[in-house]
Design a protein around this ligand. Structure first.
Ligand code: SF4
Length: 367
């Protein structure tokens, strides 16, 4: 089933609303008139979006593939500026970012939509819909910072769906929060063009990339996207020097072969170095991929060992609360530095960004 058909079906059975928190009163969408950035005007009032690698060519009165950008008479607009459909205050560990302000809360927001369609999406009710089909909040960038402060959050997180498609809101919120000394983090599939990502790096505090598979075939068959642009984004993040971590959702039989894991680790070491944390997380059947079982824990353990043997310093097992693979161990002396259970920190002995036992500098943003 294609996204458009699915959306029609979802509307028919009332999947219009999905709200994670009640931070502020909801009201109908008000942010549908913000000019979009990164597009090119074409002949006959058509436009070409330059925000993500889909590079949609859009006729007047139509929208791009993500359904969040609309051509009105040759001018392009984003439809969900300042109108998140999900708002919550999460532990930063839930993103997961393990080397970025551990033990703190991230004021988390999402607007409806996505630029790819992963068949295993765990937030499909809000990612595979349209802005007008969900109840939204009115939270312009300044208000987001105010709310984050009010709820004692140490960062703002653009998360749950795909922040690339509500780029303008992400950028302006990150710029405002940075001005006020509060970092914004983006949880993204990395499916974005180089120029907009480069601009974002100037205002963001950290990025987490949901890496789907080290396989073009997988991106093609299960996500409706391409692998290479995501690899390019990872290299760009490294070049820009912004803190980032990678998550690999391991799906039985589809992206879990030792060969593919080995190739991924080799690519990471060569292009990103050993210090980018890599999280192998457990899949649960969801959305259109319900015929496969949850990932066996021994698969995650095998991948974790394989990645550490390849030289990656910080490798985690995710969605397995209480597993030792959730903890942070010094890459130099193997001392346990941060003990976690699920999204909670049991202990954290990192001092001034260093291991207290051997003095090794631990990569990350610790305060
Ligand atoms: S952001 Fe949306 S409209 Fe723009 S290229 Fe990507 S999918 Fe198409």
């Amino acid at each position: 089933m294609k996204r458009r058909d699915f959306i029609k079906g979802a509307a028919a059975i009332g999947l219009g609303t999905y709200v994670l928190g009640k931070a502020v009163p909801a009201r109908p969408s008000a942010g549908m008139n913000m000019p979009a950035r990164f597009y090119k005007k074409l002949s006959r009032n058509r436009v070409q979006c330059r925000l993500c690698p889909q590079k949609c060519k859009v006729k007047p009165g139509e929208r791009g593939d993500c359904e969040v950008r609309e051509n009105r008479g040759g001018e392009y607009y984003t439809l969900d500026y300042g109108n998140p459909c999900a708002v919550h205050n999460d532990p930063i560990e839930k993103k997961p970012l393990f080397h970025f302000l551990p033990g703190t809360l991230a004021f988390s927001m999402a607007c409806a939509g996505c630029n790819i369609e992963c068949e295993f999406c765990q937030n499909w009710r809000i990612s595979q819909t349209r802005p007008q089909m969900v109840e939204t909040y009115d939270i312009p960038p300044g208000k987001a910072v105010e709310l984050a402060r009010k709820y004692n959050s140490k960062s703002i997180a653009m998360t749950y769906t795909e922040p690339v498609i509500f780029y303008e809101y992400v950028y302006d919120t990150a710029a405002e929060s940075k001005k006020q000394g509060l970092p914004t983090v983006m949880i993204s599939n990395g499916y974005i063009e180089r120029e907009p990502m480069k601009e974002l790096c100037k205002v963001l505090g950290a990025v987490k990339i949901d890496f789907k598979a080290f396989s073009q075939k997988f991106y093609d068959e299960y996500c409706g996207g391409d692998l290479q642009p995501v690899l390019d984004t990872l290299k760009l993040l490294k070049e820009e020097g912004i803190w980032f971590e990678m998550v690999h959702l391991t799906i039985p039989t589809l992206n879990d072969s030792p060969k593919e894991t080995g190739e991924l680790c080799k690519w990471i070491i060569k292009n990103l170095g050993p210090d980018v944390p890599l999280h192998f997380t457990r899949f649960h059947p969801d959305y259109k991929l319900r015929n496969l079982p949850p990932t066996p824990i021994k698969t995650l353990e095998r991948q974790r060992k394989q990645a550490m043997d390849a030289g990656i310093h910080y490798v985690y097992a995710g969605n397995v609360p209480g597993h030792p693979g959730e903890n942070t161990y010094c890459h130099s002396c193997r001392e346990m530095l941060i003990q976690r259970v699920g999204f909670s920190i049991v202990k954290n002995i990192i001092k001034d960004g260093k291991c207290p036992k051997c003095g090794a500098k631990i990569p990350g943003v610790w305060k």
